[in-house]
Design a protein around this ligand. Structure first.
Ligand SMILES: [Ca+2]
Length: 129
C-alpha cells in the first residue's frame, strides 16, 4: 500500500507554496507593461501633447542650460513629460524662464494635471528650476 508519509505531505505543501509565489511574481511582471511608459529616447527630455505620453510635441538633448522658448505650435500644450536624461530639467509657464516653474527630475515621467497642463512655454534640460 502506498500511503503518503508526513514527510511527503510536507514536500507537496512546500511545492504548492513555491508555485503560488511564482504565479504571484509572474502577475507582477505582466502588470508592469500596463504602467504607462513614456517613449522618450535615452538622454532626451520629451514633452507630450496628451496624457499617457502620446502626441510628442518636442524633445531636447539633456544638459542644455540655455533657456529655449517653445515654438508657438508647442507652447501652452504640454500635458505630460518624460525625462530620460541624466539631469533635472526646468519648465516654465511663460517665455524666458518666467512665471511658475515645474521641475522635471532626471529619469522621471508624469502628467501635469488639470491645473498645470497646457501652460509650459520655455525650458532647459539641466539645473532644474
Ligand atoms: Ca503659459
Amino acid at each position: 500500500m502506498d500511503r503518503p508519509t508526513p514527510a511527503k505531505g510536507l514536500k507537496k505543501f512546500a511545492a504548492v507554496i513555491t508555485v503560488s509565489i511564482a504565479l504571484t511574481g509572474a502577475g507582477v511582471l505582466s502588470a508592469a507593461p500596463a504602467v504607462a511608459a513614456n517613449h522618450c529616447t535615452t538622454n532626451y527630455v520629451c514633452l507630450y501633447d496628451y496624457d499617457n505620453y502620446t502626441g510628442l510635441l518636442t524633445s531636447r538633448f539633456h544638459g542644455a542650460a540655455t533657456i529655449f522658448n517653445l515654438l508657438p505650435e508647442w507652447a501652452d500644450k504640454a500635458a505630460s513629460w518624460g525625462n530620460d536624461g541624466s539631469y533635472d530639467a526646468g519648465l516654465w509657464d511663460e517665455p524666458y524662464a518666467s512665471g511658475a516653474c515645474w521641475e522635471l527630475p532626471t529619469k522621471s515621467s508624469g502628467w501635469f494635471g488639470t491645473f498645470d497642463r497646457d501652460r509650459a512655454e520655455s525650458w532647459r534640460t539641466v539645473n532644474g528650476c
